[in-house]
Write a protein that binds this ligand. Structure first.
Ligand code: HEC
Ligand code: HEC
Length: 447
């Protein structure tokens, strides 16, 4: 029951990440279904005869939430040239002046977008407008030799943006490719008491275990107060609602009450985009997705159930669990938390959950670095992702591409890419016998 009382006990199949929390009421189930329909809805360009669905773009990455969060699960890197539909590339440069440095230190901004292309690359556009560019990836194979002599090949990705349609980017822009993460258990993550996450941070490595763990601090989108970031690969978003509004705006080009610009990520310098019609209709409100669209999608995103574990008593799984703890994986993949008693939604309150994440930032080494600063996170730091449900990736998504850019082709490769603060844990894994390594992976597959 890794997702508390809401854990889904439904049969394991392709829909395993698409169930609502088991403890929802009948009325909430209806709300979840409406939210799900909006999560799957394909938006169309304006003007269109289906007015309630228009406003797409003009620049966009995808026409629906679900086309990235495939089956409410995980996206993948491009499998053929030009196919980057379930991922995106964030664009940002660091501060250059004292004034800019102050803005970051004050958490007024996370970083600085490209003056023309904005905060992310949109590789699609409505008819008649040029997409910003195409995402392409090339891999270099890199052997990893286990101490016992076994060799596996890892693939190191080099992402490139081709066919830039609006001129050169600012020379200091760092590109950060990111795969869409699974949607399960997010409301429970939001309900973990902030103090319990902060308690695990050890920024100066006071306990000298080689693992620091830093807190991402951002401005709360509604109150403006400093708060803990927990969503996204760099923990840069504090709330599911804001992450969803940002996705509507940046990924689909749809405005909502929490992100009201109908041109999404079209900058002032993209005049052709700014000249196109938007999908705002006075009779519906002043955004393209007026209330209650964002509320329903947020409700949906907050209430997707974590599936229950499988094979928990299998001796190999139990051995793997011990090895997972012994190797030091839990220094970052913190097994459990208890959610707060004051969560806004009753079903999220006071649940014992097993996400296997500390939701903190860690330096995973040079080869994992994207060189992009995002608020407190420097270009080498990533948020520990939760591991719950990870064993069902293949069942739900038909692939096993892991890590922020999908470079790992399976769980073993994902572990072998751990460097930086996680290097000792990786060495502990590598030093195991082949059977032990398999047992550890079997444990991950049971999550
Ligand atoms: C173009 C692909 C794409 C589309 C479309 C998309 N997402 Fe995402 N989503 C992502 C990526 C990539 C991330 C990770 C973001 C990051 O690290 O910057 C993400 C993260 C999230 C998260 C945080 C998950 C976590 O574990 O931290 C939520 C919630 C979310 N998306 C909701 C939505 C909603 C709601 C929509 C539709 C309005 C949507 N997304 C559309 C790619 C997409
Ligand atoms: C120092 C902290 C740290 C330690 C120790 C650590 N991890 Fe991780 N782990 C991370 C971070 C951060 C990521 C995300 C990296 C990325 O993709 O950018 C990650 C990603 C993963 C992923 C892929 C998750 C996904 O959604 O793609 C797996 C699987 C994983 N870790 C397993 C392990 C195992 C097994 C161990 C022990 C051998 C371990 N980790 C030790 C921090 C850590």
């Amino acid at each position: 029951m890794q997702g508390g009382a809401g854990t889904s006990k439904k049969l394991v199949n392709r829909d395993s990440f698409s169930q609502f929390l088991a403890n929802l009421t009948f009325e909430q189930e209806q709300e979840f279904k409406l939210g799900n329909a909006l999560f799957r809805k394909l938006w169309v360009a304006s003007p269109s005869s289906t007015q309630a669905s228009d406003g797409l773009g003009p620049l966009f990455n995808s026409r629906s939430c679900q086309s990235c969060h495939l089956k409410d699960g995980r996206g993948h890197p491009p499998l053929a040239d030009g196919d980057a539909t379930s991922m995106l590339i964030r664009l940002a440069r660091p501060a250059n002046t004292e004034a800019e440095r102050r803005l970051i230190a004050d958490h007024a901004v996370l970083n600085f977008a490209d003056p023309v292309y904005g905060g992310q690359l949109q590789d699609k556009a409505v008819t008649g407008l040029a997409a910003e560019g195409k995402i392409s990836v090339a891999y270099t194979e890199k052997p990893f030799a286990y101490p016992d002599g076994e060799i596996v090949s890892l693939r190191y990705p080099t992402f490139e943006i081709k066919d830039l349609a609006y001129g050169d980017m600012h020379p200091e822009i760092a590109i950060s490719p990111r795969i869409a993460p699974p949607m399960i258990g997010l409301g429970l993550v939001e309900a973990i008491p902030q103090a319990d996450i902060i308690a695990n941070a050890d920024p100066d490595d006071a306990n000298a275990d080689g693992v620091s763990g830093r807190v991402q601090i951002v401005r709360h989108p509604e109150t403006g107060e400093l708060t803990l970031g927990r969503f996204g690969w760099k923990a840069q978003n504090a709330t599911i609602r804001q992450q969803s509004a940002d996705a509507f705006s940046g990924d689909i080009g749809i405005s909502s009450p929490a992100s009201a610009n109908p041109y999404g990520d079209c900058t002032q310098n993209q005049t052709a985009c700014r000249a196109l019609p938007d999908g705002v209709q006075d009779r519906l409100g002043d955004t393209e997705a007026p209330d209650p669209v964002l509320d329903l999608v947020t409700f949906y995103s907050s209430n997707v159930a974590v599936p229950q574990r499988r094979d928990v008593d299998d001796p190999q799984v139990l051995e793997g669990k011990e090895l997972f703890y012994a190797a030091g994986c839990t220094s970052c993949h913190t097994p459990k938390f208890v959610t707060t008693r004051d969560a806004p939604q009753k079903e999220h309150r006071f649940q014992l959950i097993w996400p296997y994440s500390d939701f903190l930032l860690h330096d995973l080494g040079d080869e994992m670095a994207d060189g992009q600063q995002v608020g407190e996170a420097d270009g080498r730091e990533w948020r520990t992702p939760p591991l719950w449900g990870i064993g069902l990736t293949e069942t739900v998504n038909g692939h096993t591409y892991f890590l922020h850019d999908g470079r790992a082709r399976n769980l073993e490769e994902a572990i072998l890419w751990h460097g930086g603060e996680a290097e000792t844990a990786r060495e502990n894994f590598a030093a195991m016998t082949r059977e032990q390594r398999q047992a550890l992976i079997r444990f991950l597959e049971s999550l």
